[in-house]
Design a protein around this ligand. Structure first.
Ligand code: MUC
Ligand code: MG
Length: 367
């Protein structure tokens, strides 16, 4: 169970359809595959998506911090030295995606070593999650057509609509069109990625007050401290903190400060170990939780499903598991599928996914 080698492999896979939102856009999945090798010949994997516009990390930076900082700190520990591994990772500030991919690869290696699924090791609550699809900025007709395609092809009935543009009517018109087109057949919520001011956000939310939205996510920046508290105070639906809650301490600050009332948990930024801590905090505080999407590939999406299915609280709502459908290809030997609006979590050892080495050779950028 001893960690003997850690690889950080940059790769790039283009999107068929880029995702656009208030804080940025993604055209190519320029991610980093992490492989952790043990002295028993076991290999665990994790995937880090750099999101410079959200956390400041880049692909080259993730490779560098893993190779020069984290790998030397972890080699020699065993897979069961979990708190020691966390403590060493947390000595370095920031770098959430790099740390998370390592943590996930450690869990995958542990599951493979014990011949148990990670979802069972974490909690084993259920074997499937309902899926929520994220609709990025497009012409309203294209966003409606995409929702139609997701309903017809995959049975998805929950949509997170990206908002946060100026004027806000660009967004409110889309949400209204979706509600008018599909009625109560679909669940809708919105995510502003900090694009609006608190005032714009409240005006937009008032204009959409008849549309039965379930949540509003990161409509304005958490750093607009008083403005955001004022906004949250005036809303009558939960305000989901996403990029403002990258650690349990940030969760505590945002929630106790009245700047959010619900949480998005993303394994891409809190791995499995820190996601557990965020989950337990949410449970203790009585908060609703959404399993979020960091514009993940299939490996990252499987991680979200593995974690979400492990607990009652995280499996209650539809999880954001579908944006890999917009990628032109992926790295797994056995691609994920969404049927009847659900993604089933496989019960094999570890994460229950295998990397297609010929695809990795094709898409990797370092050889
Ligand atoms: C989301 O929920 O915000 C967009 C930016 C990011 O960091 O994650 C995505 C999705
Ligand atoms: Mg978000």
């Amino acid at each position: 169970m001893k960690i003997v080698k850690i690889e950080a492999i940059p790769f790039a896979i283009p999107y068929v359809k880029p995702l656009r939102f208030a804080s940025g856009e993604v055209h190519t999945a320029e991610h980093v595959l992490v492989k952790i090798h043990t002295d028993d010949g076991v290999v665990g994997v994790g995937e880090a998506p750099p999101r410079p516009f959200t956390y400041g990390e880049t692909q080259a930076g993730i490779v560098a911090v893993i190779e020069t900082v984290f790998a030397p700190q972890l080699i020699g520990l065993t897979l069961l030295d979990r708190e020691r591994a966390q403590q060493r990772l947390q000595r370095t500030v920031g770098n959430p995606a790099a740390k998370s991919a390592i943590d996930i690869a450690l869990w995958d290696a542990l599951g493979r070593t014990l011949n148990q699924s990670v979802t069972a090791l974490l909690g084993g609550y259920t074997d499937r999650l309902r899926v929520s699809h994220m609709l990025g900025f497009e012409e309203p007709a294209k966003m409606v057509a995409e929702a139609e395609r997701m309903i017809e092809t995959h049975g998805i009935r929950t949509f997170k609509v990206k908002v946060g543009r100026q004027p806000y009517t660009l967004d409110t018109v889309v949400v209204r069109t979706l509600r008018e087109r599909f009625g109560n057949e679909i669940e809708l919520y919105v995510d502003g990625n900090r694009g609006w001011s608190a005032t714009e956000a409240l005006q937009a939310m008032r204009e959409m007050s008849d549309l039965g939205l379930s949540f509003a996510e990161e409509l304005c920046p958490a750093d607009d401290v008083l403005g955001r508290r004022w906004l949250v105070d005036h809303l009558d639906i939960p305000f989901v903190a996403d990029e403002s809650v990258t650690t349990p301490a940030e969760v505590t600050r945002e929630i106790l400060g009245g700047s959010a009332t619900a949480l998005s948990i993303k394994c891409a930024r809190t791995g499995f170990t820190q996601s557990q801590r965020v989950h337990h905090l949410a449970e203790g505080l009585g908060l609703e939780v959404v399993m979020g999407n960091q514009i993940d590939g299939q490996l990252g999406t499987m991680c979200t499903a593995v974690f979400g299915a492990a607990f009652s609280l995280t499996s209650r709502r539809a999880a954001e598991l579908s944006n890999f459908l917009d990628m032109s290809d992926d790295l797994l030997t056995d691609p994920l599928e969404i049927h009847d609006g659900e993604l089933v979590v496989r019960q094999g050892a570890g994460l229950s996914v295998e990397i297609d080495e010929s695809k990795l050779t094709h898409y990797r950028l370092d050889q």
